[in-house]
Design a protein around this ligand. Structure first.
Ligand SMILES: CC(C)(COP(=O)(O)OP(=O)(O)OC[C@H]1O[C@@H](n2cnc3c(N)ncnc32)[C@H](O)[C@@H]1OP(=O)(O)O)[C@@H](O)C(=O)NCCC(=O)NCCS
Length: 170
């Protein structure tokens, strides 16, 4: 087992979290889409109207220097049918730390938290073809959600601006 601890992220982790976010974006070949910076993370994860929470896995070194090995970013969501649930936005473990239980430890922290709030489930998305991620989720017992006739919609910035200008006159 690697030497690491899982803890809640702190505002001074934002540079390191951004480094890991870049790692995930690179892994998913989406680096060119990345707009998030440290200031965004500070505002949206630690500011007055924060929208996400985050667990980090920190490598413990005898030198006292620390480095983050992975992170799990989550937010609370709610469905009127069953109440609160935990939505996982990102899970990423640095290559050197994989298959050492870091991802499991991060996920365990999220599961414990969700259970402590009486959540009926956790939810997240995975890209088809990400076999390592899918294998990780399957060994946890996760099932692919059958979305039946549900569709996911996205309204991008340009579409929002255009739609808004048509509806709102001022
Ligand atoms: C998926 C990921 C988070 C797993 O993290 P990890 O720290 O390596 O996971 P763990 O060591 O806790 O693995 C637990 C179990 O998951 C399964 N697993 C993990 N990685 C696997 C892989 N590459 N292939 C097959 N099974 C895997 C195994 O059953 C493993 O147990 P074992 O090592 O005793 O066989 C990590 O590989 C990662 O960051 N990948 C890139 C980003 C990513 O895919 N994130 C998920 C996006 S949806």
């Amino acid at each position: 087992m690697a030497e690491f601890i899982v803890r809640d992220a702190r505002v001074d982790d934002c540079d390191e979290i951004l480094r890991l976010i870049k790692g995930l974006a690179e892994f998913e070949k989406k680096l060119h889409l990345l707009r998030t910076d440290t200031e965004t993370l500070k505002r949206d994860g630690f500011g007055e109207k924060k929208v996400f929470d985050c667990f980090v896995a920190e490598e413990t070194q005898s030198t006292g220097r620390s480095r983050l090995a992975g992170y799990l970013m989550y937010m609370w969501s709610f469905t009127t049918l069953t109440g609160r649930f935990l939505y996982v936005e990102d899970l990423f473990v640095e290559r050197d730390f994989r298959r050492k239980g870091v991802g499991s430890a991060l996920w365990a922290s999220a599961m414990k938290l969700a259970l402590s709030w009486g959540c009926g489930y956790m939810q997240w998305m995975a890209k088809r073809g990400n076999t390592s991620g899918i294998n990780f989720y399957k060994q946890l017992g996760a099932l692919e959600t059958n979305t039946n006739n549900l569709m996911t919609f996205t309204l991008d910035e340009d579409a929002m601006t255009t739609a808004c200008s048509k509806i709102v006159s001022d």
